[in-house]
Write a protein that binds this ligand. Sequence first.
Ligand code: PEP
Length: 247
Amino acid sequence: MKKKLIAGNWKMNGSLAANELLIKGLLAGVGQPVCNVAVCVPSVYLAQCHALLEGSVIELGVQDISSHESGAFTGEIAPAMLKEFGVHYAIVGHSERRQYHGETDEVVAAKAQRALSSGITPIVCVGETLAEREAGKTEEVVKRQLAAVIHANGHCISEIVVAYEPVWAIGTGLSATAEQAQQVHAVLRAQLKAATPSADRIKLLYGGSMNAANAASLLGQPDIDGGLIGGAALKAQDFLTIIAAAV
Ligand code: PEP
């Protein structure tokens, strides 16, 4: 059976002291989970987190990746550099990067491509805004966002992870209902099935105010293969409860 994935997105939070406390709390309680677990940390803390997580069941991820291999790209971090710190996952196309950094579908697709060719699994985020949902455009938007990644990545598409993150649910405390999330996941699964015979292998995560209280019902949906967790990933006990719900 496909293992679920619970990935924390720490966003721009943390400090040397807070990271150590959080990671030690996670390691003390995580045991041998039946799902895969990852934390996507601010890149400046990769060395610290890599050292703390070495040999553990918790894998390391980042929140963005360059679409370039190396060279004159001031401020960017080459994928090969991330690999040196044991990075396994890169969030790509998070709505905050689309919104605040102008990342287009094409840029997101190029980043996913670069991650894949560097041996890093992209967690590709798609999701509609509240205005788009209210205009009945949810399907159209998420399919357009995913289509760009499918188009750029051809047969490698079965190696990606997709995260459906409705923008209106991120950081608001207002999660999609399990039914709303499943409905969109089924659309995304069908789109992936049309693109690759291996679509069933692809993990489709839900993200947007997933927490210790609602995780079990979201993760119980047939097409929800895990979660991308923001706020609740900063509290060891909450994150551990979500991990335990991912059976
Ligand atoms: C996120 O930022 O990816 C996210 C899902 O945040 P939150 O869980 O806080 O809504």
